[in-house]
Design a protein. Structure first.
Length: 193
């Protein structure tokens, strides 16, 4: 079941937390203390009619996304007990030769099954396909690869070396690895926590 969400990328963790609280959204905040080297410090996902405020406050970028819950419950429906412990946010820029639409189709139809096969320790997996960019970098999607803890995310991301190679080859088909920003390791925090 897909749903539409606003996604806001923030350089300021506190401003992201304030927006998540105000809109009843979720705040995926980087675990790193220093975040200047990252594309964003927090990613807020929300359903709100405060579009102008949401776009204004999301200083690193704001987008309308289609959430595809590939593995597990939709993000806004997760209970406290079912939240993942650690989330790798992979921001995707589409392969220019394939184009945004076909890149997204490949990501959804071909990469998602491969990811489930290779990332066997992954507890939740979501694709946030960008439908509209309001401001910020021309990103095409966010993959949320979730694990029980950060150690598993860092050390059990791939089930085998062959799996790692297969993922890298497939990503190069639909994404531009050179233009896609680095991964952000984050944690799930609801506004009410």
């Amino acid at each position: 079941m897909s749903s539409l969400l606003l996604a806001g990328a923030y350089s300021d963790k506190q401003k992201a937390a304030d927006t998540a609280a105000r809109t009843g959204g979720i705040n995926l905040t980087a675990t790193a203390t220093e975040t200047n080297h990252l594309p964003f410090a927090s990613l807020v996902l929300s359903v709100t009619d405060e579009l102008d405020l949401f776009v204004r406050d999301a200083d690193a970028g704001s987008y309308l996304v289609c959430e595809r819950p590939i593995k597990n419950t939709p993000l806004l429906q997760l209970s406290l007990e079912s939240r993942p412990g650690s989330i790798g946010i992979f921001t995707m820029v589409a392969n220019a030769d394939l184009g945004a639409r076909e890149s997204d189709r490949h990501w959804r139809d071909k990469h998602a099954p491969l990811a489930l096969e290779v990332h066997t320790a992954m507890t939740h997996y979501y694709q946030l396909s960008v439908l509209q960019r309001f401001k910020g970098p021309a990103w095409n999607g966010f993959a949320l690869c979730c694990f029980s803890n950060e150690e598993d995310l860092r050390n059990k991301f791939f089930n085998t070396p062959d799996g790692e190679t297969a993922i890298a080859r497939d990503v190069a088909i639909f994404a531009d690895p050179r233009k896609s920003p680095r991964r952000v390791i984050s944690r799930f925090a609801r506004a009410d926590q």
